[in-house]
Design a protein around this ligand. Structure first.
Ligand code: CMP
Length: 142
């Protein structure tokens, strides 16, 4: 298994519900490392660009509006098999279908306000991490 780097976002609903500490704690307790972390409030242009892959989907406009509603926390997460493991911690996109104990099952309201985002593949992570972090903003200890 390889060491991977992936992007996490704690979406506006998660920040509003004061879940940053809880979610970072779950990531670290799972043995993954947070090597980049920042609060930001996305502009419409940034949200549209980040979710450009979903442009043709009916939920695109609502998704962009939701993502700019308030600040988000962006995280660069590193570790063995980090992409799949972060997605396991998040749970299914639709919280109604998410497994017990996952972040979305525990905290998300619905398929749109689903609290967290994670890159879905190495190719996506390779685009999404640099979208938010310069190499100099990633810090590995030891
Ligand atoms: P995320 O993992 O950030 O990737 C795309 C986002 O679009 C997804 O989480 C949801 O927030 C949203 N999304 C995906 N599918 C739907 C859907 N069917 N209806 C509304 N929003 C969706």
């Amino acid at each position: 298994m390889a060491t991977e780097l992936t992007l996490g976002i704690i979406k506006p609903d998660g920040v509003q519900k004061v879940l940053i500490g809880e979610i970072v704690s779950r990531i670290q307790k799972a043995g993954l490392r947070v090597i980049g972390l920042r609060l930001t409030h996305l502009s419409q242009q940034e949200a549209e660009a980040f979710y450009a892959v979903h442009k043709a989907r009916p939920f695109y406009g609502d998704l962009v509006s939701f993502m700019i509603r308030g600040p988000v926390a962006v995280l660069a997460i590193e570790g063995e098999n980090a992409i799949a493991r972060w997605r396991e911690l998040m749970g299914a996109t639709d919280p109604a279908k998410a497994a017990p104990g996952t972040i979305r099952k525990d905290f998300a309201s619905n398929i749109e306000e689903n609290t967290v985002h994670g890159s879905d593949s190495p190719a996506t992570a390779a685009v999404e991490v640099p979208f938010f972090f310069r190499t100099t903003e990633l810090h590995r200890q030891g």
